[in-house]
Design a protein around this ligand. Structure first.
Ligand code: IPE
Ligand code: IPE
Ligand code: MG
Length: 246
């Protein structure tokens, strides 16, 4: 197996499903929240790896619409942790030219107000950065995103702003949380689970999938690089026939 990375075919958009924090903690007899805390260094090492590789878009699934069903203590920790890491990492990311974006149901009243403010501030501060667009999929669920897009389009149709006959894939894409976000080329899920868990169902329609068997806190830029090498060995067909390149 060739181990060399081709700098000319770097995936444009890589999605990360950060999974395995709880198992990492359990293996060390620690509370699950210690696993989430340990996952922070893994995420930011991976962000640096994405910058080194020249990836333009990186998405990280940090809290799903289904994660509210966890123990109140864990949910509370994740809410606090997600805003605290913004506070601590924001300026360094800004200096590295990272644009921060958030995909999710941010109007959900269960999200603490100070958290919402941190997300808005980070978006505003970094909006002109061009090195890397980093999307936090926070309180994100793909089914909810698609349902919200459908509702928004219906409202516009009712108001006479959209002709229902013209609604197509582009119309739907334009009503997603981050309309300018390109489709995913590569989805990497750590921990060995092989599922999407409601992550970017629409945007991952033609993504390649890589499932490294490491728990998220053990993930780093070397794993990202390895996933990109694996991606480069795949043959993407987009519905065409083998060998067709036109
Ligand atoms: C992923 O790790 C982090 C979040 C969902 C926020 P988990 O907490 O799902 O860890 P496991 O899958 O239970 O090991
Ligand atoms: C997906 O992981 C959500 C995030 C990584 C934020 P989960 O651990 O919540 O997914 P399931 O429950 O294993 O499908
Ligand atoms: Mg999990």
């Amino acid at each position: 197996m060739a181990e060399d990375l081709d700098p000319n075919s770097i995936p444009r958009h890589v999605g990360l499903i950060l999974d395995g924090n709880g198992r990492w903690a359990k293996a060390r007899d620690l509370p699950r929240t210690a696993g989430h805390a340990a996952g922070e260094a893994a995420l930011f090492d991976t962000v640096e790896g994405a910058l080194e590789l020249g990836i333009s878009w990186l998405s990280a699934y940090t809290f799903s619409t289904e994660n509210w069903t966890r123990d109140a203590e864990e949910v509370e920790f994740l809410m606090w942790f997600n805003q605290d890491l913004l506070l601590r990492r924001r300026d360094a990311l800004h200096q590295q030219g990272v644009r921060m974006l958030f995909a999710g149901d941010l109007a959900d009243p269960r999200i603490p107000e100070h958290n919402r403010i941190q997300m808005a501030d980070a978006t505003e501060l970094t909006k002109h950065n061009t090195e890397l667009s980093l999307v936090f999929a926070f309180n994100y669920g793909s089914r909810r995103e698609i349902a919200e897009a459908a509702a928004a389009i219906a409202r516009k149709a009712m108001a006479g702003q959209i002709d229902p006959e013209t609604i197509d894939e582009e119309t739907v894409a334009a009503h997603m949380y981050v309309p300018e976000m390109p489709p995913l080329d590569l989805v990497v899920r750590s921990s060995g689970e092989h599922r999407l868990s409601n992550f970017f169902l629409w945007q991952a329609a033609y993504a390649e999938f890589v499932f490294p068997g490491v728990l998220w806190p053990d993930f780093d830029r070397a794993h990202l690089r390895q996933a990109v090498i694996e991606f480069q060995q795949r043959e993407r067909r987009f519905g065409g026939a083998e060998g067709f390149s036109g």
